[in-house]
Design a binder for this molecule. Structure first.
Ligand SMILES: Nc1ncnc2c1ncn2[C@@H]1O[C@H](COP(=O)(O)OP(=O)(O)OP(=O)(O)O)[C@@H](O)[C@H]1O
Ligand SMILES: [Mg+2]
Length: 257
C-alpha cells in the first residue's frame, strides 16, 4: 500500500501521516514513512525524539551522496549529471526506526529558475520513483501542498492520494488545486480526510463543497490533545485514544476500498 498525503499548509498532513504510519505499523509490521516536506517534522508526529530526528541528515543535503550518485555537485546547474542515479540502498542506509516505522527525510530542493533541473532534484525524484515503484513496504509520504516531487512515472504506483482539509473554503480550494495537479500527473482516485472537525456542520460543509469530486475517507476531530502532543514533541498516537481510533477507522475505510 502506497499512500501520498498532501494539503494546504497547517491543515494536519503531518499529524495524519504520522498517526496513520503508527496505525499501519501496529497492524502490519514495517512501514516506511517519507518526510517530503521541506519543513520536515513528520518524525515527532510518529514519535521519534527530537534527538533522534536531529541526527538524521536530509537526503537533499547529502552533498557527497548526491555528487557520488549523480556525478555532479549540489547546486550546480548546466553541468553534466546522471538523471538516473543509484538510489535503491538509500532507505536502508539513512532511515531511522521507531515502533516499526522507518523514517526517511528528503529535505528541500532549492528551486532554480522555473522548475528545478538539478542533481539533487534528480536524486530525490529517482528515489521517490524507486520507493513507489519497487519497494515492497507500506509507504506513506508526507508532502507539501505542491506536489513537484511526484512524476507521472511514480504516481502510477500511488494507491491512495489523500488530501487533508479542514472545515473552511481555503483548504478545500487548495484541495481542488492539488487534485488538478495530481490529475495531470495521471492520478485518478483522490481522497479527502477532514481534520479539525468540531461538529456535524463542519463535516457537512466539507461534504457540500467537495461534492462528488473526491471521496471522503473520514474525519479527525478538533482535539486539544493533538496540540498538547505537538507542544510536548510526542506523537498524538501515544497520548490520545480518540485520534488513534479515528485514524484507525480511516485505515479500515482504506482497506475496504
Ligand atoms: N485535529 C486537530 N486538532 C487540533 N489541532 C490540530 C489537529 N490536527 C493538527 N493540529 C495542529 O495544527 C497544527 C498543524 O498540524 P500539522 O503540522 O499536522 O499540519 P501540516 O499540514 O503538516 O502543516 P505544514 O503545512 O506546516 O506541514 C499543529 O500545531 C497541530 O498540532
Ligand atoms: Mg507538515
Amino acid at each position: 500500500m502506497k499512500i501520498a498525503v498532501s494539503g494546504k499548509g497547517g491543515v494536519g498532513k503531518t499529524t495524519f501521516s504520522g498517526t496513520l504510519a503508527r496505525v499501519l505499523a501496529k497492524e502490519s509490521g514495517t512501514v516506511l514513512a517519507i518526510d517530503a516536506d521541506p519543513d520536515a517534522n513528520l518524525g515527532s508526529a510518529i514519535g521519534f525524539s527530537q534527538e533522534a530526528v536531529d541526527k538524521v541528515k536530509p537526503v537533499a543535503t547529502m552533498m557527497e551522496l548526491i555528487e557520488e550518485r549523480t556525478g555532479a555537485k549540489k547546486g550546480e546547474y548546466g553541468g553534466m549529471f546522471s538523471l538516473t542515479p543509484k538510489v535503491d540502498d538509500i532507505p536502508e542506509i539513512y532511515a531511522i526506526t521507531h515502533e516499526n516505522v522507518r523514517l526517511l527525510i528528503l529535505g528541500t530542493i532549492q528551486q532554480g529558475g522555473s522548475g528545478c533541473f538539478c542533481p539533487e532534484s534528480a536524486l530525490l525524484k529517482n528515489l521517490i520513483n524507486h520507493l513507489f515503484i519497487r519497494q515492497q513496504d507500506t509507504l506513506i509520504v508526507d508532502m507539501e501542498a505542491g506536489i513537484e516531487h511526484l512524476t507521472r512515472g511514480s504516481t502510477a504506483y500511488v494507491d491512495m492520494f489523500i488530501i487533508t482539509v479542514e472545515p473552511g473554503q481555503r483548504s478545500i480550494q487548495t484541495a481542488f488545486h492539488i487534485k488538478s495537479l495530481a490529475n495531470e500527473l495521471g492520478v485518478k482516485e483522490i481522497y479527502v480526510v477532514g481534520n479539525k472537525i468540531n461538529s456535524d456542520a463542519d463535516k457537512e460543509l466539507i461534504e457540500s463543497v467537495i461534492g462528488d469530486e473526491m471521496k471522503i475517507l473520514g474525519y479527525i476531530s478538533y482535539n486539544p490533545k493533538i496540540i498538547e502532543a505537538d507542544m510536548k514533541g510526542v506523537a498524538p498516537y501515544d497520548i490520545d485514544e480518540k485520534v488513534r481510533a479515528e485514524v484507525s477507522a480511516i485505515n479500515e475505510k482504506i482497506k475496504a476500498l
